[in-house]
Ligand binder design. Structure first.
Ligand code: SF4
Ligand code: SF4
Length: 221
């Protein structure tokens, strides 16, 4: 036999009987079918839409904007920095910064739209946001007959509460809340230290003699 024309067995490849994989799959199906009469865990289907299977913690669909408190507009964490807009690969985020009458930034979005017909669910927007303002949602019942306006999600449609985030992804939301709390405490401590320093300077300016010649402790009046 010519060695060059024979087909040598590839290293590490395991040979099995034709149809063995099919039989193995049928065995799993049979086990689940019989087992489903005895244990709920063997049920691999649910009676949708009356019942819904729980979504996996890793499932992600389209992004949503997080707001603190009860007012979705006032409590939005988004400061309209536009980082997510720049980083979004298919460029399906559109943001306009809100400004006051003098043109000064109000650090919130006037317009925040996501075209979910273009979004590819990559999650990059959620990864790059430095303000914990945007996360990936698990909502999947989004079919609509209007493929234009119906798939363009505006700020009002995108805004969801921090409680919703906590119910959806408890582990991630807890880490975020703890980090934000620590940052707020750090900021409050820095502000208090700055205020105390400013007060000390003001007191010294108001009474320069007292600060230049402090009265010795236990000295005579
Ligand atoms: S998930 Fe990806 S594609 Fe969708 S809006 Fe975010 S960055 Fe853009
Ligand atoms: S969601 Fe985050 S990254 Fe995007 S504009 Fe708002 S603050 Fe910036």
């Amino acid at each position: 036999m010519n060695d060059a024309t024979s087909s040598p067995k590839p290293p590490g490849k395991r040979w099995s009987l034709p149809g063995a994989g099919l039989l193995k799959g049928m065995a799993v199906t049979g086990r689940n079918l019989v087992g489903s009469f005895f244990t709920k865990e063997r049920m691999t289907t649910v009676q949708y839409p009356e019942q819904r299977a729980p979504i996996s913690p890793n499932f992600r669909n389209f992004p949503f904007l997080v707001h603190d408190g009860d007012d979705p507009d006032a409590g939005l964490r988004c400061v309209a920095c536009s980082i997510c807009e720049k980083e979004c690969p298919p460029q399906c985020i559109y943001i306009v910064l809100e400004r006051d009458a003098e043109g000064k930034s109000l650090k919130r979005p006037k317009i925040f739209d996501i075209d979910v017909s273009v979004c590819m669910n990559c999650g990059i927007c959620a990864e790059v946001c430095p303000f914990d303002a945007i996360y990936m949602d698990g909502e999947y019942e989004l079919s609509t007959g209007d493929r234009f306006e119906g798939l363009l999600f505006h700020k009002e449609r995108l805004a969801k509460s921090a409680d919703y985030h906590m119910r959806l992804r408890p582990k991630e939301a807890t880490q975020v809340m703890e980090r934000r709390k620590a940052e707020e405490e750090k900021k409050a401590a820095a502000a208090a230290a700055k205020a105390a320093k400013a007060k000390a300077v003001k007191d010294a300016d108001a009474n320069p003699t007292a600060s230049a010649n402090p009265k010795p402790e236990g000295g005579e009046a």
